[in-house]
Write a protein that binds this ligand. Structure first.
Ligand code: NAD
Length: 293
């Protein structure tokens, strides 16, 4: 069994690291926040004082961090993973970041004889806790095959998408659909309310039909309960759509629906909602229509 390292013990990383531990792997962890390291040490992990120390103690290191600059700092920054990595080890970045950055990290680590996979996830905090996330992977296929079992300790599905960066292309596609879906659903609930139907009853009426979705199932109760605790923060969704827009424009692709969803998320941020769950998108539609769901 590989000795596993884990850097980034946030909303997603902490439960994911716990599932690796539960599967019987030895795991060494680091986060910028000491309290989060302690939470893992309390359940049997080894705590490290830096990413470098994690890399020295591990064969394969998973990172679960907010965005490309955080991953770059954790790998190539001072006391970063790169200072403790040697030929034959591997880094699996499970953060949702720019595919361009993933390709760059892949190439820089390859020069050192270190393998790299971009392996972002979908399924949110509930999926991370239950070990049922969906993982989408870019990189070299033999490296994917080597670490498939490790990734499955956290997931219900682990899919090889293609060369380096492809995992994050799949993830951005996922995020475009989710942002558009929550926006359309929020608009429809506000529409139903103002036009004279109870949104909760509308939900019951349509959830089994074509409009029904996992987004509808997970986010409708949060909207009806006005429970906007994250979950998935609006600021992270803005980060994803920015990465999608940058990638699209760089590759001469037009994504008008994602651009509209981005402006809705941006309006939520202007309104001070950026730390709230993305189900708080509904507040945008409530405000412009002067009614609450
Ligand atoms: P989070 O902000 O809760 O956690 C990030 C953690 O990284 C924090 O504990 C922070 O202290 C730590 N950190 C930041 N920089 C660091 C560094 N250089 N070295 C060590 N630790 C560092 O974020 P999250 O919600 O867990 O999301 C992580 C990634 O997963 C993001 O890319 C996000 O888009 C993606 N994601 C999140 C969800 C979700 O529902 N929250 C779902 C799917 C994917």
């Amino acid at each position: 069994m590989y000795k596993v390292g884990f850097v980034g013990l946030g909303i997603m990383g902490l439960p994911m690291a716990k599932n690796i531990l539960k599967a019987g792997y030895e795991i060494t962890v680091y986060d910028n926040n000491d309290y989060k390291i302690k939470k893992m040490v309390d359940v049997g992990a080894k705590g490290a004082r830096s990413s470098m120390e994690v890399a020295k103690n591990s064969d394969v290191i998973i990172t679960m961090l907010p965005n490309s600059p955080h991953v770059e700092a954790a790998i190539f920054g001072e006391n970063g993973l790169a200072e403790g990595l040697s030929r034959g080890k591997a880094v699996i970045d499970m953060s949702s970041i720019s595919p361009v950055a993933s390709k760059e990290f892949y190439s820089k680590l390859k020069e050192k004889g270190v393998d790299f996979l971009d392996a972002p996830v979908s399924g949110g905090e509930p999926g991370a806790i239950e070990g049922t996330i969906a993982v989408m992977v870019g990189g070299d296929k033999p490296v994917f095959d080597k670490y498939y079992d490790l990734l499955m300790t956290m997931a219900a599905s682990v899919t090889y998408v293609g060369e380096a960066g492809s995992g994050n292309i799949a993830k951005l596609a996922n995020q475009m659909i989710v942002a558009a879906n929550i926006s359309a659903m929020s608009e429809a609930y506000v529409f139903a309310k103002k036009a004279g139907a109870d949104p909760k009853v509308v939900f019951e009426a349509i959830r089994g039909g074509l409009a029904g979705s996992r987004v509808m199932e997970q986010k409708s109760p949060k909207i009806f309960d006005k429970d906007y605790e994250p979950g998935f923060r609006i600021e992270l969704h803005i980060k994803d759509l920015q990465n999608a827009l940058d990638t699209a424009h760089n590759d001469n692709i037009s994504i008008p629906i994602a651009a509209s969803a981005m402006e809705i998320l941006q309006a939520c941020k202007v309104d001070g909602q950026e730390k709230k769950d993305h189900s708080a998108i509904v507040k945008f539609f409530e405000k412009i229509n002067n009614i609450e769901v």
